[in-house]
Ligand binder design. Structure first.
Ligand code: 6PG
Length: 229
C-alpha cells in the first residue's frame, strides 16, 4: 500500500511524478487535489504544458490555503494559477479554491464545502501532498484542533507557529482519496521521513497510515545508501 520511489535529483523526482499523474489520468483519474509550497511548482508548470492533461476532463481542488488574497505571493491558488494555468485553464477543467476574499476563514471553509457539493465530488481520485519539517501536511499542523475534525470536508484553523489562519481539506477527506502522492525533497525532510517510516503520529503519518500512498523523494531526503528509481 505504501511505495517509496527515490530519485537521484529533484528534476527526476518531478519528471517521475508527472509520468505517474499522466498515467493515472489516462486511466480515468478525474479529480486531483493540489498542495501549495515550493516543491510542486515545477511539476505544476510541466502539467500545465502537458497535452494529455490539457485534453482531459479534470477537476482540480486546492488542498489548503494561507489566508491571504489570491494576488499575495503566499497564496497557493495564485501559485497554481501562475504555473498549472499559466497559459489559461482548459475549458474541460474546473478549479475549486478557497475564496479568501470573503475575509472570514470560517465562511471561506463553508463556501468551499458548498462548491464541493455542487461539483458532486464524492471522493478525490488523487491528492498531491507536501510535508513540512515539523511533520505537517496540507494545513494540518501538529497540535492543532483541526486534526480531530472528522465531520467536515474543509475547515479553518489558526496555526500558532505561523500566527495566522489557514483553510484546509480535513484529514478524513485526504485519507478517503483513492491515491496519495507525497513529494518531499532535501535533507531537512529526512528526520520526519524516518519518523514516519518507524510509525510516528506526525500529521503526514495520520493522513497516510494504512492508505494507498506513493512517496516521491530525492536521495537527500532519505538515507543515501537506499537505491533509486
Ligand atoms: C502549504 C502546504 C503545505 C506544504 C508543505 C511543504 O500551503 O504550505 O500545502 O502543506 O505542502 O509545507 O512545503 P514545501 O514544498 O515548500 O516544502
Amino acid at each position: 500500500m505504501t511505495a517509496f520511489r527515490i530519485f537521484d535529483s529533484v528534476a527526476d523526482l518531478i519528471a517521475g511524478a508527472e509520468r505517474a499523474i499522466v498515467q493515472l489520468v489516462e486511466k480515468g483519474t478525474r479529480s486531483i487535489a493540489l498542495s501549495g509550497g515550493l516543491t510542486p511548482k515545477p511539476l505544476y508548470q510541466s502539467l500545465g504544458r502537458n497535452a494529455s492533461i490539457r485534453q482531459a476532463n479534470i477537476t482540480w481542488v486546492i488542498v489548503d490555503e494561507r489566508f491571504v488574497p489570491i494576488d499575495d505571493p503566499q497564496s497557493n491558488a495564485g501559485m497554481i494559477q501562475q504555473t498549472l494555468f499559466a497559459s489559461g485553464m482548459p475549458p474541460s477543467h474546473r478549479f475549486l479554491r478557497f475564496h479568501t476574499e470573503l475575509d472570514d476563514p470560517a465562511a471561506t471553509a463553508r463556501k468551499f464545502e458548498r462548491e464541493w457539493q455542487e461539483l458532486a465530488i464524492d471522493r478525490l481520485d488523487l491528492v498531491l501532498l507536501g510535508m513540512g519539517d515539523d511533520g505537517h501536511t496540507a494545513s494540518l499542523f501538529p497540535g492543532t484542533p483541526v486534526l480531530a475534525v472528522e465531520n467536515r470536508i474543509a475547515s479553518e484553523v489558526f496555526v500558532p507557529r505561523m500566527n495566522s489562519w489557514r483553510v484546509t481539506l480535513t484529514k478524513p477527506v485526504l485519507r478517503a482519496a483513492k491515491m496519495r502522492f507525497v513529494l518531499a525533497e532535501g535533507a531537512a525532510k529526512r528526520p520526519v521521513i524516518e519518523r514516519v517510516r518507524s510509525g510516528s503520529d506526525d500529521p503526514i503519518a495520520q493522513v497516510t497510515h494504512l492508505t494507498e500512498t506513493w512517496w516521491f523523494v530525492d536521495r537527500e531526503a532519505v538515507d543515501s545508501s537506499e537505491g533509486s528509481s
